[in-house]
Every structure is written in C-alpha cells, then in structure tokens.
Design a protein around this ligand. Structure first.
Ligand SMILES: *Cc1c(COP(=O)(O)O)cnc(C)c1O
Length: 392
C-alpha cells in the first residue's frame, strides 16, 4: 500500500504530515506500510513511555476489553479505584480525577482553582501562568499557555491568566493581587524547547504560595510518569504542589490523563466536574500496567542511568560537530544546533529512518521511550551525525 491508496482528504487537514502511513511498532521502532523501520525518539510526543505496543499494555487492554469497557463514570469500577490508589500511594497527592487528555486535566485544574477561590479567597480567580508555557488546546488551556500568537488566534481569550517569566520570582510577585488564586506551570517547559525551572525558583513559588494562601499547580503532563527520572517531576525538585496534572505517559499511548490534588484543594461539589469517558476501566487498565512498570525503583534507576548515557553521548556529539548546549532533565533533553536547521534535520533524519522533533528552529528535542537501550541511543547518534553534516 502507498499513501495514494488512501483518501487523505477525509481526515481534517490540520497539519502537514509526511507521506508515511504507520501500521505497526515495537519498542523504539515504528514500521510503515511498506515495511520500512524508523527509530523513534519522539514516541508520540513523550507519550509512549514504554515504547510502541509494549506487551504489558497490550495484554492489559486485551484482558480488560473482554471483561468491561465502561459502566459509566456514575459508577465505581475496579480499575479506576486501583489506579487512583496507585497514584495517591506513590505521590503526595490525596485524590484523583481521571480525564482523557492533558488539556482536559488542566482545564479541570483551572476549574478546581477557580472554585477554591470562590470558596476560600473571596472570589479570586486569576491563575498566574508563564510566557512560553504550554497547557493544551482547549480555549482555557490555550489562554493559560504563553505560546506566541495564541493570545489572538481564537480571540477573545478566556480571561484571568496573567503571564510571568519562568525562573523570575519578581515577575511572579508583581502579578499577585487579591484576584490571584493560583500559580500554574510546567516544572520543565517542554513545548517551549525543554526549559527547566530551577529548584530555587520552584522553592520560591512554594514559599510565595504558602505565604499568600495560593495554590501551586504543576502541569506534569509531560514531566510526570518517569520522564525526569523520578515517577513525578516534582520529586526531582523536592517541591510539592497542591494540584498536579498527569497525561501523556500515564496511559503509555492510550488517552488517559489525571487531575490530582491535596485534600485541602479538592473543593468540587457534585455536578461541577465530570465527563463521559472519564475513568473508564479500559484506559485505567493501561494506566495500571504503566504504573506497575514505571513506579518500580529498579526501572527508575535504569531510566536515570540511560538518561545520563544519552546526555553524555549528545554532549560528545555536540563537541565533535561544534553544535550548541545540551539541556534537560532525565529523558527530556534538547540540543542546540547553532543554526536554524532544526526542521531540515528532522526531515533528513526521517528520510534516513530516524524520528526526531525540533521544538525551536535551532534546537532538537529527544523524548525516547523510558526503556530505550544504549544500543538504540548509539544508533540514533550515528544517524544524527550524518544528518547534521548533510543539513549544514
Ligand atoms: C502535551 C501537553 C499538554 C496537552 O496534553 P494533550 O493530551 O495534548 O491535551 C498539556 N501540558 C503539557 C505540559 C504538555 O506537554
């Protein structure tokens, strides 16, 4: 089969896609409909934490699909209860609301904070968010995001998201008023090109929130579930938020996300939050398979060791080719290219059978499966070396 045999016009044309149709995958490899293999260092944008079609998820889904797909979120089901317990047992959070996407979990976090402001802070509703932040593609989460151009794209925006600068505590303090109820950020800005918050900054935000009675919200949709080498990104920093959202890696490839919070922030009354597919046992069974695998301290130690290897090898390649800095935490890394050749590198790499992402014109982002092997990292670097040579 080739692309010409499909009617691509039936799929809404929302992005430029290459002429490849993927049909299967295994671990760090994707396979197209002509049988060609691609080494995948994008993994559905940091989604497939265990790689493509991992047996633990495949078997969990198959078993659950034959048992119960959904009874409706108006009833308890065993998998949602077990997964909520797995998250609260392994984190500082006390309660979990399941959602279907990171944006929906963040939308829930925004609603929860606004409800908290109504209940406890005299109707305060503003949530301080950050320049270059990314929280999703619903209207409220686009408004919370600080992506250039998004403020006017679907104007008018949802109000109440003043923007501060990452790692600049004074810029945050300057925005705090009696209208403020929360501060929301990614511990590492992923879509902005892998820009980590400093531990000092997150500690200062925690202190500010405690002093002012504000909620600290971590969007861990990208940094959670082992990505930074700890089960949750906040554990890397040692700063505990009041509300934390999860997505991407939580389902290991299936649509599953979570809004989690400390008891004192869980202020929804009945009827204020819900959703048809939320907490369905099919997706939660996948989430349980992910959690059982990724929360193992031995697995996480191996993620950190492999991530160290990735950084070491990227740094060596950068020195060898005279490229720029390597930055990131754990399995979320970026490398500066020194010139605006990112999209050209991505295209040439794809032609050679390597999938990469360029979040900025002059940088590459690496977000492999957490269980990527050193051998696959070596293969990626060999391909990248030749591609960078061709691109400049
Ligand atoms: C991907 C991402 C989102 C949006 O998640 P979706 O599942 O695409 O809605 C939100 N926040 C962060 C930090 C992300 O990386």
């Amino acid at each position: 089969m080739t692309l010409a045999q499909y009617d691509t016009s039936a799929l809404m044309n929302i992005t430029a896609r290459p002429d490849i149709v993927f049909t299967s995958g295994s671990g760090s490899w994707l396979v197209d409909d002509s049988g060609r293999r691609y080494l995948d260092f994008v993994q559905g944008w940091a989604v497939n934490c265990l790689g493509h079609a991992p047996p633990v998820i495949a078997s969990a889904l198959a078993a659950q699909a034959a048992r119960l797909i959904t009874p409706s979120p108006a009833f308890y089901n065993d998998k949602a209860l077990q997964l909520a317990q797995a998250i609260t047992d392994s984190s500082a959070m006390d309660q979990v609301f399941f959602a279907n996407s990171g944006a929906e979990a963040n939308e829930g976090a925004i609603k929860l904070a606004r409800k908290y402001g109504r209940a406890n802070r005299n109707g305060a509703f503003e949530i301080i968010t950050f320049v270059n932040g990314f929280h999703g593609r619903t209207l409220a989460t686009m408004s919370a995001s600080g992506k250039p151009g998004w403020d006017t794209m679907f104007a008018p925006q949802v109000a109440g998201f003043p923007k501060a600068e990452l790692n600049n505590i004074e810029s945050v303090k300057a925005l705090v008023s009696e209208r403020t109820v929360a501060i929301m950020l990614e511990p590492v800005q992923g879509e902005a090109g892998v820009l980590p918050a400093t531990a000092e900054f997150l500690n200062a935000l925690r202190e500010l929130c405690d002093a002012q009675g504000l909620l600290l919200i971590f969007d861990e949709v990208q940094t959670g579930i082992g990505r930074l080498g700890h089960l949750y990104g906040y554990q890397h920093y040692g700063v505990v938020p009041d509300i934390m959202t999860l997505g991407k890696g939580l389902g290991g490839g299936v649509p599953l996300a979570a809004l989690t919070a400390l008891d004192r922030a869980c202020v929804f009354a009945h009827g204020e939050q819900g959703g048809t597919f939320n907490g369905n046992p099919l997706m939660c069974a996948a989430g349980l398979a992910v959690m059982e695998t990724v929360s193992d301290p031995v697995f996480l130690a191996e993620v950190r060791a492999t991530a160290d290897y990735l950084v070491e090898r990227l740094t060596a390649l950068s020195a060898e080719l005279g490229l720029g800095s390597v930055r990131g935490i754990g399995m979320l890394q970026a490398m500066e290219l020194g010139a605006d050749i990112g999209s050209r590198v991505v295209e040439l790499a794809r032609d050679d059978g390597l999938l990469l992402n360029s979040p900025r014109p002059a940088s590459l982002r690496f977000m492999p499966a957490l269980n990527v092997t050193r051998d696959e990292i070596d293969q990626m670097l060999d391909m990248l070396r030749s591609v960078v040579d061709k691109a400049r």
